[in-house]
Write a protein that binds this ligand. Structure first.
Ligand code: MD3
Ligand code: FE
Length: 216
């Protein structure tokens, strides 16, 4: 099997079954307050097949008129996003190797037919911080390439409990989800896949923020 692109760290079966159950329970409480909604593409208004919500200070949203962006409130309810569960802050602390806590957790929900086209994550102001992704539920085929769309890509299967850390060169790599493998996990009673992506959105103030954070 080929090496993953530089900066990609895949930790298969990182979370135990009990940790996955506990995370799922956290996500269920988030979704009670901030329901999954169907995002739409900028300009065309075409609905995405993945449903989304967020927790944390900021959430990633998209709709026809406003386009891709981060905002502090749910686009349908207008309410502030629920707080980031402690368990997610702990996972970031353990794996991200970054002195400031995550500001956003995007929650993606995939049914058996949902997918996500090849794209770059570049709506953040901070590309220095890593992105931490956690997979729950059914397996998926994940694809990642280089920082130009025309570069070759490679595919890996992600399973429930896998953690993926993207930093350095891979932070701006093209990536997507080609397919879900239905009925490959019993974590979600009705099936499907949940992906959590933890991110820093705002720029760290050059010296002071990072130096201050290290002292804590
Ligand atoms: C590689 N989500 O929400 S997670 C997304 O499985 C997104 O739901 C996919 O792409 C999902 O933007 C993939 C893995 C991931 C997340 C962020 C990345 C891979 C990444 C950022 C840069 C490069
Ligand atoms: Fe992405």
């Amino acid at each position: 099997m080929a090496d993953l692109p530089a900066g990609v760290r895949h930790i298969p079966m990182c979370l135990s079954w009990d940790e996955q159950r506990a995370l799922l329970s956290d996500i269920r409480s988030v979704v009670k307050h901030a329901p999954l909604y169907t995002p739409t593409m900028p300009r065309t208004g075409k609905p995405m097949s993945v449903r989304m919500t967020n927790c944390g200070a900021l959430g990633w949203v998209t709709d026809q008129s406003g386009g891709y962006r981060y905002q502090s409130s749910h686009p349908v309810t207008g309410q502030a996003w629920p707080k980031m569960p402690q368990r997610l802050l702990d996972l970031w602390q353990e794996f991200a190797n970054y002195p400031l806590p995550p500001e956003a957790c995007l929650i993606n929900f995939y049914t058996g037919s949902a997918k996500m086209g090849l794209h770059q994550d570049k709506d953040e102001d901070n590309f220095e911080a890593p992105v931490l992704s956690i997979s729950l539920g059914d397996d998926c085929l994940f694809r990642i390439g280089g920082t130009n769309r025309n570069e070759p890509t490679q595919s890996i299967k992600l399973h429930s409990g896998d953690v993926l850390l993207l930093q350095g060169e891979s932070r701006l790599a093209y990536h997507g989800v080609d397919r879900i493998y239905p009925d490959t996990s019993t974590l979600l009673s009705k099936g499907g896949r949940i992906n959590l992506t933890l991110r820093r959105v705002t720029k760290a103030d050059e010296v002071s923020d990072l130096e201050l954070a290290k002292q804590h």
